[in-house]
Design a binder for this molecule. Structure first.
Ligand code: KG4
Ligand code: ZN
Length: 344
């Protein structure tokens, strides 16, 4: 049979993503972000994100269809993120996907956002087929998760995740402490370029020997954020000039160190020579460099899909549904809802 033509809808956070794939071929990937609207609040405001999705969905679907040069009637299936994510934001996408599938009389696939991030790799034509097993590290403004993927459609195990802030959220919060605008990740990355990563030793969360039994693959960034806040306060109280570049570089180093250390520890422990990276924080220069260097030293191959496929998007959701169809999985019934804490 011909490869299925699938339209994917992603609205779990602040990106309205519509993607169209034919099997493993990417046809279009339209992303509209409400990031600018959240900037003055210093973080994503769920209500604002949900309203933006409502306004963006229709024009985004039309743009994606036009770019892919297909019509709604050509679609073989509709796919949507049903979780995890912001409940109100998810509901907008789920509602739209149900309406579309019912009106077209086409099957509907509800998929997991985190597994979707892994599926993004399939669409990167340059990286070759996704090989199993692989460890996947997903880092964004909404999640920080480490997964063991034995098979994308049947066997994805969550090894650990953040206990508090997501890594991107930590970047955003620390940027704010340093007086840098939202989103803070790119700002810190830029400021850190001229700083010394060893200037200040900030804590690596959940990395003590006593954490290894229960939280070996979990992350925590709130203690790090507090440590940075305290360091800045003391500096200010002493009336000394703020070494923004050194603080940014030292903070970035602490985040990158703990992410890469835990990911490679999982590769070693499960004897998996592959590491897949995803999520918007992968844009971070230092994270890419440290992961690549340390993985090479450990004999682990790193895969990083194109950035447009790493940040939240609809194409990865469509790609996952196409894989489910190819593996013979039937569609979802219409009885599913939005699940903000949907497990993998
Ligand atoms: O995947 P993504 O686009 O979507 C959301 O989670 O909404 O990730 C956005 C997050 C933000 O927290 C942003 O500050 C962070 O990724 N980010 C970065 C960099 N670029 C974006 N964090 C660190 N370094 C970067 N270069
Ligand atoms: Zn995401």
């Amino acid at each position: 049979p011909a490869e299925p033509l699938v339209l994917g809808i992603e609205t779990s956070c602040d990106e309205t993503g519509i993607g169209i794939v034919r099997g493993r071929m990417l046809l279009s990937n339209t992303i509209a972000s409400s990031m600018d609207e959240h900037a003055r609040y210093g973080g994503v405001v769920p209500e604002v994100a949900a309203r933006a999705h409502l306004e963006e969905l229709q024009p985004s679907i039309e743009a994606a269809l036009a770019e892919a040069q297909v019509g709604l009637a050509d679609l073989d299936a509709v796919a949507v993120t049903s979780g995890p994510g912001l409940a109100g934001a998810l509901m907008v996408g789920v509602g739209a996907a149900k309406a579309l599938a019912v009106s077209l009389g086409k099957p509907l696939y509800a998929v997991n956002h985190l597994v979707g991030h892994i599926a993004a790799d399939i669409l990167d034509a340059e990286s070759g087929p996704l090989e199993y097993p692989t460890v996947a590290l997903l880092v964004s403004g909404g999640h920080t998760s480490l997964l063991l993927v034995r098979d994308l459609t049947t066997d994805v195990e969550l090894l650990g995740e953040t206990m508090d802030d997501a890594a991107g959220e930590a970047f955003d919060k620390v940027a704010r402490l340093l007086g840098l605008p939202y989103p803070g990740g790119p700002q810190i990355d830029r400021a850190a370029a001229s700083g010394d990563p060893a200037a200040i030793r900030f804590p690596r969360g959940l990395s003590r020997a006593s954490d290894m039994a229960e939280h070996r693959y979990d992350f925590s960034f709130s203690g790090l954020k507090t440590a940075v806040a305290r360091w800045i306060e003391q500096r200010e109280a002493a009336g000394e000039e703020m070494p923004v570049a050194d603080v940014a570089a030292s903070f970035r180093e602490a985040v990158v160190d703990v992410l890469v250390t835990k990911a490679l520890d999982a590769c070693a422990r499960y004897d998996v020579p592959r590491l897949l990276l995803g999520g918007g924080v992968i844009a971070n220069r230092r994270l890419r460099d440290v992961a690549t260097e340390r993985a090479a030293a450990a004999g682990v191959t790193v895969r990083i899909p194109d950035l447009k496929l790493c940040t939240d998007n609809g194409a990865m959701i469509a790609a996952l549904a196409a894989e489910l169809i190819a593996s013979g999985r039937g569609p979802s019934t219409l009885a599913f809802g939005a699940d903000s804490t949907l497990p993998v």
